[in-house]
Design a protein around this ligand. Structure first.
Ligand code: PHE
Length: 370
C-alpha cells in the first residue's frame, strides 16, 4: 500500500516523531525503487505545491495542530521539508549520472572491460639529458644557477669580451628587441645566444671560489635543419679558484663524459677560439657509435665521418679580461669554463637522427622515452 499522510489526533512530541519516522521510511523506500521514467511523478508526489505530500503535511500536521503544539509541529514540518527536498534532489542526481554512464556503456556496465587508460606524462628527452648533466656536476660540488633568456648586450657580449663591432659577434646572431635606439648599446635587450651570461651574473654575485652550472634555453639565427634549431638548450659550467689549470678542465670534462657516455669513452682537446676563454678548445669524444674505430658494419661510420671522433663542446681557461668586468682579481685567480649543447648530447645518447623530433611534439616519438 502506497504511503498516505495520516491526519493526526495526538500532537504530542512522541506522536509527531513517530509520524515523521513513518514518512521518512516511505521516502527511502520509494526513492530506492524509482526508475528514470518515474522520476517526474516521484517529485510531484512528494513536492507538488498542490496536494504533494509536503503540502499535505503542512495542512494536516501544522495548520491542523492545536495552539499549544504549534511550535513543536512547526519544527518537525520544517525538518521534513528540508529532508524531503534534499532527498528528492539527490535521487534525481543519482539517476542522471547513472543515465550518463548508461549512454557510455549501454544499458549494462561491463566491469570486465579494460578501464580508460590515463597516459602518464614523462620527462622530455632534452630535459632528462639536462638533468642528467646537472646531476653529474652536482656530484662534483657544482651548484646550479639560472639567468634571464632576454638578456642585455652587456651580459651576452660585452662582459664576455666581445667588444662592440667585434667580428666574433657575427657568429652569434640573434633576435634583438626593437625600438631601443635611445639606449646605450650595453643596455639593449636581445635573446641570449648562449648561457655564458650566467657566468658573468654568477661572478658578480659571488666571490671566488665558485663552481656553477648554468642550464637554459638559448636562441640563434640558425635555419632549422636536422642538426640546427633557432632555439635550443645549453649547459654552461664555470670553476674559478686559485691555481686552477687546464689539467683541471681536462680531468673534469673527461670524468663528466665517462659518466654520461660510459667509462670507455675517450676525450681529446683541439685548439679553438672564444673571446672569453684563452686558451680555448673544442672537446671531442671518441665516437660512441663505432667505438672510435671510424668503421661500422663493414663500412665507414656515418656519425663521425670515419674519423672516430665527434666534436661535442667548447671550453677554455677564462680570459683574464673577463675578470675585470666582474671585479675579480685577475692576478690571483684562474678558472675554466665550458659550454655544451643539450640536444647534441641527447642526440648522441639516444641515437636520434633529427633534432627537429625534439620539438615537433609527436607523441609516438616522445613515448619512447617514457
Ligand atoms: N658559449 C660558447 C658557445 O655558445 C660555448 C663556451 C662556453 C665556450 C664556455 C667556452 C667556454 O658557443
Amino acid at each position: 500500500m502506497a504511503y498516505t499522510v495520516p491526519p493526526l489526533t495526538d500532537f504530542s512530541p512522541e506522536a509527531l516523531a513517530a509520524a515523521a519516522a513513518e514518512l521518512q521510511a516511505a521516502l527511502m523506500q520509494e526513492s530506492a525503487a524509482v526508475t528514470a521514467a518515474e522520476l517526474e511523478a516521484f517529485r510531484n508526489r512528494w513536492m507538488a505545491r498542490k496536494n504533494g505530500i509536503l503540502t499535505q503535511v503542512n495542512e494536516l500536521w501544522l495548520k491542523g495542530s492545536p495552539k499549544e503544539a504549534k511550535r513543536e509541529a512547526g519544527q518537525r514540518v520544517n525538518e521534513l521539508n528540508k529532508l524531503v527536498t534534499a532527498h528528492v534532489e539527490a535521487t534525481e542526481q543519482r539517476m542522471q549520472s547513472a543515465s550518463a554512464a548508461g549512454q557510455l556503456y549501454g544499458d549494462h556496465l561491463d566491469v570486465t572491460l579494460p578501464g580508460t587508460r590515463q597516459p602518464l606524462g614523462a620527462e622530455h628527452p632534452v630535459m632528462r639529458t639536462m638533468h642528467e648533466i646537472a646531476s653529474v656536476f652536482r656530484n662534483l660540488g657544482y651548484s646550479i644557477a639560472e639567468g634571464p633568456e632576454v638578456e642585455t648586450d652587456f651580459y651576452n657580449f660585452e662582459a664576455l669580451n666581445f667588444p662592440p663591432n667585434h667580428p666574433a659577434r657575427d657568429t652569434q646572431d640573434t633576435l634583438f628587441i626593437a625600438g631601443q635606439e635611445g639606449k646605450a648599446l650595453r643596455d639593449r635587450l636581445l635573446l641570449r645566444t648562449h648561457t655564458s651570461p650566467v657566468q658573468i651574473r654568477s661572478m658578480m654575485q659571488q666571490k671566488p671560489p665558485i663552481r656553477v652550472l648554468c642550464p637554459g634555453k638559448v636562441h640563434r639565427n640558425d635555419a632549422a635543419d636536422a642538426t640546427h634549431s633557432p632555439v635550443f638548450h645549453q649547459v654552461e659550467g664555470l670553476a674559478v679558484d686559485e691555481n686552477i689549470t687546464f689539467c683541471d678542465l681536462k680531468g673534469t670534462l673527461d670524468h663528466a663524459m665517462k659518466m654520461l657516455f660510459g667509462s670507455s669513452v675517450k676525450t681529446r682537446f683541439y685548439p679553438s677560439f672564444f673571446p672569453f676563454t684563452e686558451p680555448s678548445a673544442d672537446m671531442q669524444i671518441s665516437c660512441i657509435f663505432c667505438n672510435g674505430k671510424g668503421q661500422r658494419d663493414g663500412g665507414p661510420c656515418r656519425n663521425c665521418k670515419s674519423s672516430g671522433w665527434i666534436e661535442l663542446l667548447g671550453c677554455g681557461m677564462v680570459d683574464p679580461n673577463v675578470y675585470n668586468f666582474v671585479d675579480y682579481d685577475a692576478t690571483t685567480v684562474s678558472g675554466f669554463a665550458f659550454g655544451m649543447g643539450v640536444e647534441r648530447i641527447a642526440i648522441m645518447k639516444y641515437g636520434v637522427d633529427d633534432i627537429q623530433l625534439f620539438y615537433n611534439g609527436d607523441v609516438r616519438f616522445l613515448e619512447q622515452f617514457a
